[in-house]
Design a protein around this ligand. Structure first.
Ligand SMILES: *Cc1c(COP(=O)(O)O)cnc(C)c1O
Length: 379
């Protein structure tokens, strides 16, 4: 048995272990000073004026849509090429997710033209996903939002550190939502963050995060409040100090981790250019320089070739995945119109290992799979 090469792995060392131990020894494990510090530092890093940390990005997205007062009868336009949480978070409010197609297999981001065609009087918001860490066309989407009076929410789960010419992901929407799940670019285990420049929305999200209560236990602990009122039906989406402590250490490492991800993607691009029959990596080398390079998608020539790559990789101990099964095809969202570009992409895409701790030789090990032999040869 050869060693398994995972799809992703967090970059942790003694610094994270120490940070968590410090929280344990402090005796204060729930949302408190480290959370506030991480919120401030993360918001600054992504060019936003405030952060609201949450227990996950799914919770962050729900807080965003709830703060925007979405409810039954409202519609939010989302890509189908995303994790199901984007659409589920819309549905939690009673609103309906409306799925838009992507631009092309080379640019698998929500297509502003497709979005435009889906806008109705019920549309209240657009929620692009910066797939793989490449920022969606926020200029075109912002123009649509301005023209139709819609909110723009970034699902930035893939993209801490990603940029567009207009600025960093996290500064481009009315609210932006990040994930710190174990396979994301900045890892706290579970955890998420909303960023926004809108003080009213930030205050509303803070309130909804903690049951709609006017004071938190940390406020009471410090003697800043003795009682509280409940002014809205909120949620418990509080993060823990353990997660915030991990976040502070990981944020310090993020520029270095980002540089390594970009270097690895460059190696993959150069390697795969030598085997054009394998397919192509979406976006461009110029785009990589602005991307947070969250995952490494390969678009194979046809669905059979994708299955061959997955089988050859599994046989060689290399973990692969598919990003994503189209959300509009899941049972819970039926019935739906078809989205031909998304469906074609999802049948041909395979995600290859990418994480900062990968050695150059690990990339070679993946590249050695190509060209993958014909189906009969693999079996
Ligand atoms: C991971 C992810 C989420 C959900 O993040 P959690 O922190 O696991 O809730 C939402 N959207 C996208 C695009 C994701 O990749």
């Amino acid at each position: 048995m050869t060693d398994q090469l995972p799809l992703s792995a967090p970059s942790f060392d003694e610094a994270e272990a120490q940070a968590v131990a410090d929280v344990v020894r402090s005796g204060w494990l729930t949302m408190g000073p480290r959370t506030a510090q991480f919120e401030g530092e993360f918001a600054t890093y992504v060019g936003s004026s405030a952060g609201v940390m949450a227990s996950s990005c799914t919770a962050a997205l729900h807080l965003a849509f709830a703060a925007l007062d979405l409810g039954p009868g409202d519609e939010v336009i989302v890509p189908s090429l995303t994790f199901v949480a984007t659409a589920n978070a819309v549905a939690y409010t009673g609103a309906t997710p409306v799925f838009a197609d992507i631009v092309s297999p080379e640019v698998p981001l929500i297509d502003p033209e497709a979005v435009r065609a889906l806008i109705t009087p019920r549309t209240k918001a657009i929620c692009p996903v910066h797939y793989a860490g490449y920022v969606a066309d926020m200029v075109a989407l912002r123009a649509l939002c301005d023209r139709h009076g819609l909110a723009l929410v970034e699902d930035a789960a893939h993209s801490p550190g990603a940029r567009s010419p207009e600025g960093p992901a996290g500064s481009l929407g009315d609210i932006s939502c990040f994930s710190f799940f174990s396979n994301k670019n900045l890892v706290t285990g579970e955890g998420g963050m909303c960023t926004s420049d809108d003080e009213r929305l930030v205050a509303r999200m803070r309130l909804l995060r903690a049951h709609g209560m006017t004071a938190t236990s940390w406020d009471r602990e410090r003697g800043h409040a003795s009682g509280y009122d409940v002014v809205e039906r909120g949620y418990n989406y509080r993060p823990s100090e353990l997660e915030a402590a991990l976040g502070l250490v990981q944020l310090g490492k993020l520029p270095g981790m980002l540089a390594r991800r970009r270097a690895l993607v460059g190696m993959y691009r150069r390697g795969l250019e030598r085997v054009p029959e394998a397919g192509f990596i979406p976006f461009t080398a110029e785009g990589d320089a602005l991307s947070s390079c969250h995952i490494l998608p390969l678009v194979t020539p046809d669905p059979e070739a994708r299955e061959d790559v997955r089988a050859a990789a599994a046989a060689a101990g290399v973990q692969t995945s598919v990003h994503y099964q189209p959300v509009h095809q899941f049972k819970v969202f039926q019935p739906q119109e078809s989205l031909p570009i998304t469906e074609d992409y999802a049948r041909r895409e395979v995600t290859l290992p990418l994480y900062p701790g990968m050695a150059d030789s690990d990339v070679d090990r993946v590249l050695d799979l190509f060209p993958v032999r014909a189906r009969a040869g693999v079996a």
